[in-house]
Write a protein that binds this ligand. Structure first.
Ligand code: HEC
Ligand code: HEC
Length: 184
């Protein structure tokens, strides 16, 4: 027969165990809120522009043809500017992608070589995300910016992001409301 005290201890131990596991699940659940966001952000349409030295092409992310480079301002070298080819909309039956002011993301916003956690932290870091401070500011660009929206109208049979833009915005809002949690 167990004594009352040992019984109480057992219940306490069980509660602690339950409490611990609930806490762990909650943290995992919070970090998982970034998963649907990552499924879009880590796609080739986005990664191809968030690079260090040069843009990339195709779903494989091969270096851009014609030896195109970043240049001083993300718009290419003085001799070969992005706008020599990229117009304000997709051209040549969609083969040449385009929206107004097509250029590489600033160096601080580089995602090359970063994993899910690294990109998540970059996105919420005002020193690297263009001084976007609040969760609202962090997600707004992805709701409205033409460079982002282009990924859903990429032209010429290019693959699109894993979620529709509406689904992406919903996932962004959930992530923002939870305070932009990132995987550990
Ligand atoms: C044609 C190149 C290009 C493409 C394609 C592109 N971006 Fe960007 N991105 C930029 C540039 C340039 C900026 C800087 C603009 C600014 O700060 O106003 C930027 C800034 C951002 C920012 C804000 C700063 C940061 O890094 O936190 C986010 C978020 C972002 N892009 C997400 C995306 C997502 C998501 C996609 C794909 C669905 C995408 N971008 C596709 C060029 C691109
Ligand atoms: C000489 C013309 C030319 C110049 C200059 C040029 N591009 Fe391109 N770019 C193209 C063409 C054509 C494609 C389509 C390649 C394909 O998908 O087969 C392309 C594709 C891309 C893609 C791939 C889009 C995707 O995800 O499929 C990105 C990103 C890109 N260019 C960025 C840039 C940036 C940034 C600059 C300036 C720094 C630039 N390009 C300069 C012609 C050019």
């Amino acid at each position: 027969m167990r004594s009352r005290a040992s019984c109480a201890m057992a219940v306490l131990a069980a509660m602690v165990a339950l409490g611990w596991s609930c806490g762990a699940v909650a943290a995992d659940d919070r970090a998982a809120l970034f998963d649907p966001v990552a499924s879009v952000v880590m796609g080739p349409r986005c990664l191809n522009c968030h690079q260090v030295d040069a843009p990339r092409q195709k779903d494989m992310g091969v270096l851009h043809a014609q030896k195109v480079v970043r240049g001083k301002d993300g718009h290419g070298s003085a001799a070969l500017r992005c706008q020599a080819c990229h117009q304000a909309e997709n051209t040549a039956d969609g083969r040449v992608p385009g929206v107004r002011d097509w250029h590489l993301a600033p160096l601080s916003m580089n995602w090359q070589g970063l994993d899910k956690k690294g990109i998540c932290r970059q996105l919420r870091d005002p020193t690297r995300n263009g001084n976007r401070k609040t969760p609202r500011e962090v997600v707004e660009h992805m709701e409205t910016d033409p460079l982002v929206l282009w990924a859903w109208n990429p032209g010429a049979g290019r693959s699109k992001p894993a979620l529709s833009h509406d689904e992406f915005v919903r996932a962004l809002k959930v992530w923002a409301e939870a305070g932009l949690p990132c995987p550990d």
